[in-house]
Design a protein around this ligand. Structure first.
Ligand SMILES: Cc1ncc(COP(=O)(O)O)c(C=O)c1O
Length: 423
C-alpha cells in the first residue's frame, strides 16, 4: 500500500542540522574520527536547580492550563523585566514544547509572506513550506556581519506590496554568531512600523552574548508588533527538556486567541514536571547567574579560538559576538576549489566531511545561493562538563589548557588548515 501524503509535506527532509548530527554519529560508530562543527547543542549539563525542579515534581501528573503554569508565566515576566527591560503580564505568555514548535504554530496561523534575513536558521523555511507560505530571504552582507540593515528590509517590504508580512529576526544569531546593536534594532523597528510587519523576535540565544552589552530586544522599540520567542534550550542548556515560550503583546489579541485554540487542539500543555524545572530557572535566576556566566565565557573562548584560526587560514569570518556559531566563507579559495571540481557550498562540505573529517553545514541550508561558499560552524564540540570543572578562567588559559579542554576544535582546525594548504 502506498499511502497518499500531503503534498506540502511529501518532499520535506530531515532538518539539515539533525541530519548532520545523525551522519556524524554514524561515521563515528564506524570508527571514523570526525570533528563535529555541524550541530549547535548547548555544551553544558542542565543546572542542578532545574533538575531539582523536575525531580521534585515527578509525581505531578495533572494537565496544566494550555498557556502554561501561572507561576511560571509570572516568573518569566519578572525575569524579562529585570534582565531585558520588557514589560509583559502572564496573560501574554504561552509555554510550548520548544520554541521551534511555537514558531511553527505561529507561522501556521498568521497569513502572509514570511521574510527572513539570509543567512537564517534552517527550520524557518521548511516550516513555512509545510503551510504553503512564501518565504522571501533578504540577502545580508558580510561587511555588516550578516545583520539585516533597515534599508535592506525597507526595499524588500516595498517590493512585496500590500500583503501582510511576518519577519523572523534571530538575535543573537544562528548561524553567524552576530548580535544586533540597539541602533540597528531601532531602525528596523521603524521600518516594521511603517509597513505593519509582524516580527517574531527569536531570542533563544539571549544571555549567550560576548559583547558585554545587556541583551536588547526589538520588542523594546516595537512592542505593539513584536512576538518574543525564548526558552530553556540554550542559556539553560535544557534542549531535551523541550520547553519554549512565546510572548505576544495585547495588541495582537487575535493571534493570542488563535494560538490558545491551536494549543488546546494539539499538544494541550507542556509536561508538568518540566514546567516546574523552568519555574526554578526563571524565578531563581540570580542563583544561576555565576554558573551561566562561566558557561558564556567558555562559549566565547571556543568561538574566538575558531575565529582566530579561521582568519589565520585566510577564511573571511565576522567575529562571533554571541550564541555558539561562526559563519566563515571560503571565497578566497574559490579558484583553487574550482580546480578540484568544488563549485558549491554543498560539494565543499561533503568533501570536508568525507575526506577531511570535519562536519559543517553549507550556506545553502541557510537561504544563501548554492554557489555561496559560507559554512555554518558550531563551536561546541567539547565536553562541557569536563571543561567547566577544569576551567582556569579566561586569564588562566594558555596553549596547554587549550589542548586539554578543546582537543576536537584544535584537531578540526588543523585538518582544515592542512586541507587548504594542499589545495
Ligand atoms: C535560531 C533558533 N531558533 C529556535 C531554535 C529552537 O529551539 P527550541 O525548540 O529547542 O526551543 C533553535 C535551536 O537550535 C535555533 O537555533
Amino acid at each position: 500500500m502506498i499511502p497518499s501524503i500531503n503534498p506540502l509535506v511529501l518532499n520535506l527532509k530531515e532538518s539539515a542540522t539533525l541530519h548532520i548530527n545523525t551522519t556524524v554519529k554514524k561515521l563515528r560508530s564506524e570508527g571514523r574520527k570526525v570533528n563535529h562543527f555541524g550541530f549547535g547543542e548547548a555544551a553544558f549539563p542542565v543546572p542542578k536547580l532545574l533538575q531539582e525542579g523536575l525531580i521534585d515534581h515527578a509525581s505531578h501528573n495533572e494537565y496544566l492550563p494550555t498557556q502554561g503554569l501561572l507561576e511560571l508565566r509570572e516568573a518569566l515576566c519578572a525575569y524579562l523585566k529585570k534582565e531585558h527591560q520588557l514589560e509583559y503580564t502572564a496573560e501574554d505568555v504561552f509555554i510550548g514544547p520548544g520554541s521551534k514548535e511555537l514558531i511553527f504554530q505561529l507561522s501556521y496561523l498568521v497569513e502572509g509572506i514570511l521574510l527572513v534575513p539570509a543567512p537564517s536558521w534552517v527550520s524557518y523555511g521548511p516550516q513555512a513550506a509545510m503551510r504553503g507560505k512564501t518565504l522571501i530571504p533578504i540577502q545580508t552582507k558580510r561587511e555588516n556581519s550578516y545583520r539585516l540593515q533597515a534599508d535592506e528590509l525597507d526595499r524588500a517590504c516595498f517590493e512585496m506590496g500590500q500583503e501582510q508580512k511576518l519577519l523572523i529576526l534571530n538575535n543573537p544569531n544562528n548561524p553567524t554568531g552576530s548580535v544586533y546593536t540597539e541602533e540597528e534594532l531601532k531602525e528596523i523597528a521603524e521600518i516594521c512600523r511603517a509597513y505593519n510587519v509582524i516580527v517574531i523576535s527569536d531570542e533563544i540565544y539571549a544571555g549567550i552574548d560576548f559583547t558585554g552589552r545587556p541583551h536588547v530586544s526589538i520588542a523594546r522599540f516595537y512592542p505593539e508588533g513584536t512576538i518574543v520567542s525564548t526558552g530553556l534550550s540554550k542559556l539553560f542548556a535544557g534542549g531535551g527538556y523541550r520547553l519554549g515560550a512565546m510572548i505576544i503583546p495585547p495588541t495582537l489579541q487575535i493571534i493570542k486567541d488563535s494560538l490558545s485554540a491551536i494549543i488546546s487542539e494539539t499538544f494541550s500543555c507542556v509536561s508538568c514536571p518540566v514546567q516546574y524545572a523552568a519555574l526554578n530557572g526563571y524565578s531563581r535566576f540570580d542563583e544561576l547567574r555565576e554558573e551561566l556566566n562561566t558557561n558564556r565565557d567558555i562559549y566565547r573562548y571556543a568561538s574566538e579560538y575558531l575565529w582566530d584560526r579561521f582568519t589565520a587560514m585566510g577564511l573571511n569570518c565576522p567575529k562571533p559576538e554571541g550564541a555558539f556559531y561562526l559563519f566563515p566563507d571560503f571565497d578566497n579559495y574559490r579558484e583553487k576549489l574550482k580546480a578540484h571540481g568544488i563549485l558549491t557550498g554543498k560539494a565543499l562540505v561533503e568533501k570536508l566531511l568525507l575526506d577531511v573529517g570535519v562536519a559543517l553545514l553549507p550556506g545553502s541550508d541557510f537561504y544563501f545561493p548554492a554557489t555561496n561558499l559560507g559554512v555554518r560552524t558550531a563551536s561546541v564540540d567539547f565536553d562541557g562538563k569536563f571543561v567547566r570543572e577544569n576551567w582556569p578562567g579566561r586569564d588562566g588559559m594558555n596553549e596547554e589548557w587549550e589542548k586539554k579542554l578543546f582537543p576536537s576544535l584544535i584537531e578540526g582546525c588543523d585538518r582544515l588548515e592542512a586541507f587548504l594548504k594542499n589545495l
